[in-house]
Design a protein around this ligand. Structure first.
Ligand SMILES: [Zn+2]
Length: 298
């Protein structure tokens, strides 16, 4: 059993030829051995992908393959532009229509902006974990934080009912206590220095989880193989497999995050129990995916 908690459809990239329709997503899942994919919305943020991937598109796509696809909804924290905006009407509707999480949250805002804290708290009231992207460059997309992730820590502390799913280059660069200059929004290489913000916060706060998706997740977990295995083992109860595949043409090869998981399994680098949790059990538990059969081998 394999659940991808980080999938996309729509025109995520400017190149129209890379438009991912739901059929192409299913083909990728079949090619990579993925049983279930959570599709994340993007278009609610002007910084996100522009077309055919808002919450309505995601719900419609999931309705075509209800046993294989799980919708996430998205709300821009700037909607209403006030720190006490009431999102109940949206959250009520989206959860009633099957959405299991909120994401991919990536506005260019400070992580602990009062409008974001307001959205985090309301998502928790509806049982929705918040999957975010963090990038500290001033342009483009992604929530922002300082070195050591104090703004994320404030949100974890002040929104204890909200489960956060970490993702993105800046989040993963902070797996190490030393982030090379100019590499905080890219993929730092080489040994991880102990004492990084990500392991510290994951240890300290029950409500911080992470997915393994994208080049950023894959790089963080493989750049220092011994540290990566230690990290996967220590946080085996709050890490979830993901791809973040955005291209139609990705179907032509095995996706790197899938290859990493296969390597861990084939070479017995991690216990079967830990692998099963990361591959699907944690996601099924957190998102309450009742359709996923219990006891299915990884
Ligand atoms: Zn994504």
């Amino acid at each position: 059993m394999l659940i991808d908690v980080h999938g996309h459809i729509g025109r995520v990239l400017p190149d129209r030829r890379e438009f991912v329709d739901v059929t192409n997503l299913i083909a990728k899942m079949d090619a990579w051995g993925i049983d279930t994919t959570c599709i994340l919305a993007l278009s609610e943020h002007p910084e996100g992908a522009y077309l055919e991937c808002d919450t309505e598109d995601i719900i419609a796509a999931c309705a075509r393959y209800p046993t294989r696809l799980v919708p996430f909804c998205l709300i821009d924290p700037r909607y209403g532009n006030r720190a006490d905006m009431d999102f109940t009407h949206l959250l009520e509707e989206y959860t009633a229509r099957g959405c299991k999480g909120l994401g991919e949250l990536l506005p260019k805002m400070e992580f602990d902006d009062p409008r974001c804290l307001n959205l985090y708290r309301q998502a928790a009231r509806f049982g929705l974990p918040v999957l975010f992207d963090m990038q500290d460059r001033p342009e483009g997309y992604g929530l922002r934080d300082e070195y050591g992730l104090p703004r994320l820590e404030r949100a974890l502390r002040e929104c204890p009912e909200t489960v956060f799913i970490g993702h993105g280059p800046t989040f993963w660069a902070e797996i190490s206590a030393e982030v090379p200059d100019g590499r905080r929004s890219s993929y730092p290489t080489g040994p991880v220095v102990r004492g990084g913000a990500v392991p510290r916060l994951m240890r300290q706060y029950a409500n911080l989880w992470a997915d393994t998706s994208a080049g950023s997740g894959n790089n963080a977990l493989t750049r220092d193989p011994a540290f990566g295995l230690e990290f996967l083992d220590e946080f085996q109860d709050k890490l979830m497999f993901g791809t973040d595949s955005c291209k139609r043409s990705d179907v032509d090869a095995i996706y790197p995050n899938v290859a990493t998981l296969r390597d861990l399994k084939a070479n017995r680098k991690l216990s079967d129990e830990a692998l099963e949790k990361i591959a699907w059990r944690n996601a099924a538990r957190l998102l309450r995916l009742s359709a996923v059969p219990c006891g299915t081998p990884a």
